[in-house]
Design a protein around this ligand. Sequence first.
Ligand SMILES: [Zn+2]
Length: 361
Amino acid sequence: MGAEKDNMSRIPQELLENPEIAALADEAEKRIFGSGDLDELERARIWLLGRKGVVTILLSEVRGLPPEVRPQAGRLRNLLKKTVEGWLELRRSELEKAALHAGLEGEFHDLTLPGRYIPRGREHLVTRTIKEIEDIFVGLGYEIAEGPEVELEYYNFTALNTPEDHPSRSLTDTLYVAGPDGRVGDVLLRCHTSPVQVRVMESRRPPLFVISPGKAYRRDVPDASHSPMFHQVEGFAVDEDITFADLKGTLESFCRIMFGEDRRVRFRPHFFPFTEPSAEVDVSCIICGGEGCRLCKSTGWLEILGCGMIDPNVFGYVGYDPEEFSGFAFGMGVERIAMLKYRIPDIRMLFENDLRFMRQF
Ligand SMILES: [Zn+2]
């Protein structure tokens, strides 16, 4: 039995406006909805989204495009990916249903039996926020990299240009891991996901456009805005001729997609060991829009991330010539972004796993 084919195209209007994307979407639709069984559907999925899939390649090409067309091209290609993923899901359930019906024919079924209740799960708000952030940066041509949570002091501090006597290295700020002899050495729980930057740069050459989401740990006593374990998304871009203007453009795009088109964004000078110059980024308050309220402590602004141009010393540790390459880096706390976006007053609510709270999102 074949699936019913709508007369209307399933391809979103926005994709139809780009002839190349529209042709690909059309072919994808034919292959997906033309699949007669799950094997054939899997082949269509690999053709589209596998490591060398046509959509995968299109997305990876975004970062090579000129900066002025990158956000739009990224969004469009990401929409294509989402569309195709939705179709694959839909066709899969159609085929599974058809297979089930085929198996049921000729058997006797008591349709008066009561159904069984299957509780539905959902994504944790932190997971969802990470995915939202990832989607935005993937749309801008970034790739995602992960690294170890138990990290060497070298990657967590030294190669990120953190001085030997910097307070963040102390036992009161960072959680070190004791060795077999019970003594503390150079192994610790990473206090940010920036070590992934160093690990990626160490093993590859620019151009690099990478974000690293994950858990980070600090020796904080839990309160409304602190948790000893939290999530971060850090990102960096390294290529020839990357400037502060690229950093600004990238983060402004991010803020508007994440918090709304009408958000204003400002950069304030700040200090981080691994970037120079460094800045903190604020968005205009999502509640009062800048008038001043309790959330923004009457300032009209909300601090959401830190960033800067990668310090040439960091390039020294990974063997890049700072005359040849430049780059920027940024980092944000996922819980803070989720708390601001969904107006959650206490970070601990995200980790108590009270279903009455979690079900609201
Ligand atoms: Zn406000």
